[in-house]
Design a protein around this ligand. Sequence first.
Ligand code: SF4
Ligand code: SF4
Length: 350
Amino acid sequence: MRYRQLGKTGLKVSETGFGTIPILSGNVPVLPDYYSPDTDEAVDIMIHAYNMGCNFYDTAIPEEYGDAEYKLGVFAEKVGRQNIIISDKARFMDGNDMFREVMRSAETLGTYPDIYFVHQVDEKNQEETFSRYGALDALCDLKKAGIIKYTGIATHYYSVAERSAADERVDVIQTSGNILERGILDRISEKNIFRDKGLILNKVYAAGCLLNVFEPSELIGGILHYPFSCALIGIGTKEQADAAMKEEYSPVRFTFDEVMQRLSQHFSPIGCTRCQKCVCPNGYEVHILLRQYNYYHLGKSRWAMKKLRMNIEEVSESCRKCIDRQCMKTCPQNLRIPELIKTIYKMTCV
Ligand code: SF4
Ligand code: SF4
């Protein structure tokens, strides 16, 4: 296992980390597959990863990750709390709510987490998160009190990641990216403002979708040149831990065209990198719709279709009437977005 510095925290984190969604039990509405191991089995899998050098374990509160937080706490006690780094998160933007959740997490874990993230900060809830007495201020207070060591913002939005990078209160940023959805990573690589922050990467397998076309060695090797600190891999079995952690994979550089070519052997992929440079005056998040299309064809058909049906008809109708087509003017991939939206809408009508 190789290790990287986590920004300016002084922590050295394993290049691949353990994402705990797949070890949760119960019926939590999260995207990746999970295996519902009992606590003993889950702890066994985490020990297996630990023995391969993994020192970074990421979880979230029970509403988001079921009993994964509790299982991680049992594991931490077993291997020695000081030997691992725990990151935890909760989706609360108000400071009082966040304060309460961190204390509740500590109780569930049986220990204090090292890093605590405000989870799923987006363009709508960011003002509250970053405002005075918002969730970020609460994390700063908890850090001053020695309850957590570092503050974090977890987001799927480049604009929020950039704002976090510019904010002295934020120690660590968690965001998503993989060899297909590389747009945020490419933008982060170009900006010095991110250099002092720890960067945790999730969705390396695109919620498992990309494993239908690529090997773990390709998915992990393909992102190693990016300036992240730890790439989280969702792990639910020892075999999955082996695939992510047993070997030190060599970096490989896939061009975006090469990724498209491989996907084209299975379906007609949409070449969206999720860079989020397209802007729609109506506020439609084009990149999410284009992603659902690709995920649909990569095995997440029921989940993607359910999400698409929530607003694709409305978006399609707006795009049909749209004259300015602002979104296309800034798309580096030159995607014909309204036509793609129409294709996706037709797909949902079948
Ligand atoms: S075509 Fe118009 S309405 Fe449709 S996403 Fe682009 S800017 Fe928005
Ligand atoms: S549609 Fe174009 S601009 Fe928008 S996220 Fe995809 S690649 Fe980027």
